[in-house]
Design a protein around this ligand. Structure first.
Ligand SMILES: Cc1ncc(COP(=O)(O)O)c(C=O)c1O
Ligand SMILES: N[C@@H](CCOP(=O)(O)O)C(=O)O
Length: 466
């Protein structure tokens, strides 16, 4: 499988190259040349398979000859062996039609573990036997950071620098990152919001003195391998609910558009999906884009769903590329316009293409809290605020009778204990696997959100690539 940049001019790479590169050299995002498809029989054949085996079947076509199937199986069994639930991503029924897909049984209690446990192993595999080193630069609104750090802490040949917006992540999220004291882990609190941190990461990739000297790579969902691993749970859930014979809808709490783009990929691969519901908080750029064609930045508002306090959704570029006829030069012009003005209009092809599959909802804090209470009172489920945004959106959508609607439960409620307690009166207990999080020493630096400050810090602490 070959990978092309959404902006048309970066080198074409294989899976290994695209994984190690993270972001394309022209500022675009790597996408596979074509979407592999699974026949209805092949999808039906996933029934009863373990999560790891399902992952092998779904991901193998994207990986091509970068790994043998047995090597891939080995990595999947190791990655998903670290989850605390035997089903890895279990389904929980809330009422007749509403379901939750629990994606938070990994080591850091959010859906990011599903992809990052695998990505850590892929980095290790691709570096073994070479004398290469990698410097991972990431931006996090809370969950990617801890999952990525868990996945690479202490690994040979890798340094990780994780930028989080100071004061804008929950205390559990911050401690999950800053109490990991391995010498290859560097936490940086940025004076700014997530969008500022993400923009800074992209600028660092575009700065040869950093990108080339330190062999930068990405763990955010700008890295294709992240999304590929997230496609798996759409198949796994749908098949358990009667797919491919019965179409299933998914409601996805959304920030950077990674998780829901993985659902789009599942649909392109042949999975019958009745609807993909994009659920935003009041930072609603995606809702405006999908309902009115207006992709224009607002100011980032701080909410009880900090992981979704995002106004520039990186992976939307992949959708616009695919729906716009895969014209890298046209998309590069569209994205440059957005970068210059903070606004862009979707083309007719992009808007109409999205309308066929996507629904969208903007959920305000009151409706988010109501969804948390509903899940608690009607179904005995304590859910986290991000999941509640998805569930509120799911409950608003009118679908054909009998279509199951699955809300992606993206984080464990204990990561956001204060918000859960405010809405429901119940204070979730931290699972034993995060141990003595509140007793551990924290280590991080706080820096201004400038290329000079962060670039100098990276240069002082990273190892140049060989
Ligand atoms: C708990 C949680 N829910 C939802 C999201 C949104 O996911 P995405 O950025 O892939 O749209 C995030 C952050 O990515 C998150 O951490
Ligand atoms: N909510 C995210 C933001 C980054 O998203 P990513 O999926 O692109 O890594 C986080 O938790 O950091």
């Amino acid at each position: 499988m070959r990978y092309f940049s959404t902006r048309g001019t970066a080198p074409v790479l294989d899976f290994r190259g695209a994984t190690l590169a993270g972001l394309a050299a022209d500022g675009g995002l790597y996408v596979p040349e074509t979407w592999p498809t699974l026949s209805r029989e092949a999808i039906a054949g996933l029934a009863g398979l373990s999560y790891a085996e399902t992952a092998v079947r779904i991901m193998a076509p994207f990986i091509g000859d970068a790994l043998t199937e047995d090597e891939l199986r080995d990595l999947c069994e190791t990655a998903y062996g670290r989850f605390s639930h035997a089903a890895v991503t279990p389904l929980v029924q809330l009422d007749h039609d509403q379901w939750l897909l629990e994606l938070f049984h990994g080591p850091t209690l959010a859906f990011k573990d599903v992809a990052l446990q695998l990505l850590g192993l892929l980095f290790e595999r691709f570096l073994t036997g070479t004398d290469k080193r990698l410097t991972i630069i990431g931006a996090t609104s809370g969950d990617t950071g801890s999952a990525a750090i868990d996945a690479v802490a202490g690994r040979e040949g890798v340094d990780i620098f994780m930028l989080h917006p100071v004061g804008r992540v929950s205390e559990v999220q911050r401690r999950q990152m800053t109490t990991v004291l391995s010498p290859n882990v560097h936490n940086i609190a940025i004076e700014g919001d997530f969008d500022t941190a993400q923009a800074l990461v992209k600028t660092m990739f575009a700065t040869p003195a950093l990108a080339d000297t330190y062999a930068l790579s990405a763990v955010n969902s700008i890295n294709w391998a992240r999304l590929m691993a997230q496609v798996v749970y759409y198949f796994y859930a749908a098949v358990r609910l009667g797919g491919p014979e019965r179409p299933v809808a998914f409601a996805v709490p959304t920030g950077n558009f990674g998780d829901v783009f993985a659902g789009y990929v599942a649909a392109r691969m042949g999975l019958p999906i009745a609807k993909l519901i994009v659920a935003t908080n009041v930072n609603d750029i995606l809702h405006r884009a999908l309902t009115a064609g207006d992709y224009s930045k607002g100011t980032v508002e701080q909410t009880a769903t900090p992981s979704m306090d995002i106004q520039v959704s990186s992976n939307f570029e992949r959708l616009l590329f695919d729906l716009g006829g895969r014209d890298g030069h046209a998309l590069a012009a569209q994205m440059k316009g957005f970068e210059a003005t903070g606004a862009m209009r979707l083309t007719n092809a992009q808007s109409q293409g999205a309308a066929g599959l996507f629904g969208s909802e903007r959920v305000d804090p009151d409706n988010m809290a109501m969804a948390m209470r509903w899940a608690c009172e009607k179904a005995g489920q304590v859910i986290d605020p991000h999941t509640a945004i998805g569930l509120a959106a799911a409950r608003r959508q009118a679908l054909a009778p009998g279509v199951p609607i699955v809300t992606l439960a993206t984080a464990h409620p204990a990561k956001f204990r204060d918000a859960v307690e405010r809405a429901t009166g119940a204070r979730p207990v931290l699972p034993a696997r995060v141990g003595d999080l509140f007793e551990r020493e924290e280590r991080y630096v706080t820096l201004p959100a400038t290329l000079a400050a962060v670039g100098d810090y990276v240069a002082a602490h990273a190892h140049p690539s060989r």
